[in-house]
Design a protein around this ligand. Structure first.
Ligand SMILES: Nc1nc2c(ncn2[C@@H]2O[C@H](COP(=O)(O)OP(=O)(O)OP(=O)(O)O)[C@@H](O)[C@H]2O)c(=O)[nH]1
Ligand SMILES: [Mg+2]
Length: 326
């Protein structure tokens, strides 16, 4: 580790935001120092409670977060918010633009807000987000809010690595049905029907309550359904209370520790899988797949035979049991 990097970590941990921002960029860019930064962050983290906020585009996730951050500030807590924006993957960097409506909170120097795109490798978004959350944690954040779109596996993975997941829906555009399709019902610890100033909020709330009733309590927790109007700060006190209630519940039942362990196991598996996948798909092997497809299409060989032919010879060694740990 270079002296410069160690100094930057020390500065970030002591509250230097510019140092923190630079470390985040290293992780985001998957720079050579990223592994060292991530390791340090993971080791130094553990205090922050992570809240995922997800839902369809335009549901009001950022508006809600803006109000929620201001609520939490009145408790004197150190806060951070990450907006994960996969669409900015193509523009090479997400800025705090129009899509992130956290105008009020963004002006508060005690709140660290950052937007993440997937600047690094494909599929690296979840890994980067976790590492950045670790960094924020290591640098003293007590609550970390992570906003993602409730679409796509990568985004669902991100909220799965939070302790409380808030699913935001609106009365408009058949969100109820969309939500079921997207698997949002399964991942929500809390549900918010935002834009309750519009027609149909009560009906959606009832529909949702009925679905949750059918789903039953998971590990003894019944997700509450709240109604909010983010743009008028309505329902935010209740939302904050509900999040803290869920946190108390997890802590009391010893689940927080369990969730942390499960999440770390998931991250470890994913990181190993990513390395294997990256090593596997060399240009040669990608070409071999194309040839294999042609052979199968022409009926000259079977699918299973191609799988066998394309499987690396070293796989037997790979799947042999690991050596005994000391
Ligand atoms: N009427 C009404 N409009 C709202 C409410 N909350 C948010 N909006 C508006 O809905 C639009 C989208 O709000 P955002 O907070 O950006 O929604 P988002 O879910 O973060 O959007 P993406 O990040 O783009 O998916 C904005 O024009 C908000 O002003 C609400 O409670 N009632
Ligand atoms: Mg948003």
């Amino acid at each position: 580790m270079t002296q410069g990097l160690a100094a930057q970590m020390a500065a970030a941990a002591a509250g230097d935001r510019r140092a923190l921002a630079r470390l985040i960029s290293l992780v985001e860019d998957e720079a050579p120092q990223a592994a060292a930064v991530s390791d340090w962050a993971l080791g130094a983290s553990g205090g922050a409670y992570r809240v995922g906020v997800t839902g369809p585009p335009g549901a009001g996730k950022s508006s809600l977060l803006d109000g929620l951050l201001r609520r939490y500030r009145t408790q004197g807590l150190r806060l951070a918010a990450l907006a994960v924006d996969p669409s900015s993957a193509f523009t090479g960097g997400a800025l705090l633009g129009d899509r992130i409506r956290m105008h009020e909170a963004a002006r508060d120097p005690e709140i660290f807000i950052r937007s993440l795109g997937s600047r690094g490798s494909l599929g690296g978004l979840a890994r980067q987000t976790e590492a950045v959350a670790d960094l924020l944690d290591a640098c003293g954040a007590e609550r970390i809010f992570i906003e993602t779109l409730g679409v796509g596996q990568s985004e669902l993975d991100i909220v799965e690595n939070c302790f409380s997941t808030v699913v935001v829906l609106t009365p408009e555009s058949g969100d109820g049905i969309q939500m079921m399709k997207a698997g949002l019902l399964e991942i929500g610890d809390l549900f918010v029907i935002n834009k309750a100033d519009r027609e149909g909020a009560a009906a959606l709330a009832m529909e949702l309550e009925a679905s949750l009733m059918r789903r039953g309590a998971l590990d003894g927790w019944r997700p509450p359904v709240l109604q909010c109007v983010a743009t008028q700060d309505r329902g935010l006190v209740e939302l904050e209370a509900a999040i803290e209630h869920h946190r108390d519940f997890l802590t009391r039942e010893g689940r927080l520790d369990l969730r942390q362990r499960e999440q770390l196991a998931r991250r470890l598996r994913a990181a190993v899988e990513a390395r294997v996948t990256e090593a596997l798909w060399t240009a040669d092997r990608v070409r071999a797949v194309e040839k294999g497809v042609a052979l199968v299409m022409e009926g000259r060989t079977g699918f299973a035979a191609q799988v066998a032919a394309l499987t690396p010879a070293g796989l037997a060694a790979l799947i042999a049991p690991p050596p005994e740990l000391p």
